[in-house]
Design a protein around this ligand. Structure first.
Ligand code: DC
Length: 252
């Protein structure tokens, strides 16, 4: 289809309708993985790339954040002593992402609750538990729908989608990430302090990179991108151009 926009006026939902009735083996549905450390901009970049391509979006960090939230609300210590209980909770959580990317746990909108720094730290804690990681695998694979998926996280390219045709490892200096996180929180009306953010972020990096199961590291076949001096638009353009190069007809 050379001009997909031709349906815009007469049948705007054409592709949604088409892809809802098309089927193919899961392995054939393309996945773009965007992994990297906390606050590297993965979330924003993944959402923009997904929008540009009309692909599904998987924010895998949100799943760990929801698990951390549910477990801490249940009064559980987020460590090995409760590993199996937290893993069972993760398997049964009534999680839903709506079209506006709001996150629901049952009938509660927890989009804001899971974005606090505390929720991020709790997510990082539960994510070190191997049984919790296994419990979330199927949930993550279930996001692989036509026409394609953009998956953001720590182990998308190394563990969950090892055969993805494009893996990007996005990073930026810790100072730069702390400043970005600061601006992001303030813009959402959440108060923040740069030096506390920097210390938290470095602690989280250390835990994410040094855990035994699925530690954060670039996949061997990933393309690395240092976004410290780049705008969001430049990073999105770079990822889309790499994707274009991987496409069968992309160079035409
Ligand atoms: O991307 P994020 O900040 O929302 O992730 C929160 C935490 O969840 C992060 O510190 C580590 C964990 N995580 C993970 O272990 N594996 C993923 N694929 C995504 C997140």
């Amino acid at each position: 289809i050379e001009d997909p926009k031709c349906v815009a006026k007469t049948f705007p939902d054409y592709f949604e309708a088409l892809f809802s009735i098309c089927e193919t083996e899961r392995e054939r549905i393309p996945v773009i993985c965007i992994d990297g450390p906390t606050a590297s901009g993965k979330g924003t970049i993944a959402a923009e790339v997904a929008k540009a391509l009309g692909y599904q979006l998987l924010d895998s960090g949100a799943l760990y954040r929801i698990t951390g939230l549910a477990a801490s609300r249940a009064g559980l210590a987020l460590d090995e002593s409760n590993e199996e209980t937290i893993a069972e909770m993760a398997l049964e959580m009534p999680v839903r992402f709506d079209a506006q990317q709001r996150v629901w746990l049952g009938d509660e909108d927890i989009s804001l609750a899971i974005r606090s720094e505390e929720a991020g730290m709790n997510a990082s804690r539960v994510s070190t538990l191997p049984a919790v990681r296994s419990a979330l695998v199927d949930l993550q694979l279930a996001f692989q729908h036509l026409p394609g998926l953009v998956a953001d996280g720590r182990d998308m390219g190394t563990v969950i989608f090892p055969h993805a045709p494009l893996k990007v490892y996005l990073w930026a200096s810790a100072q730069c990430r702390a400043e970005r996180r600061y601006k992001q929180l303030i813009s959402k009306g959440i108060s923040a302090n740069i030096s506390t953010l920097l210390a938290d972020l470095e602690a989280r990096d250390a835990r994410d990179m040094n855990r035994a199961t699925a530690p954060l590291k670039p996949a061997e076949d990933s393309l690395q991108l240092d976004s410290s001096q780049m705008t969001i638009e430049e990073v999105v353009a770079q990822v889309l151009s790499w994707w274009q190069e991987r496409q069968l007809f992309g160079r035409a």
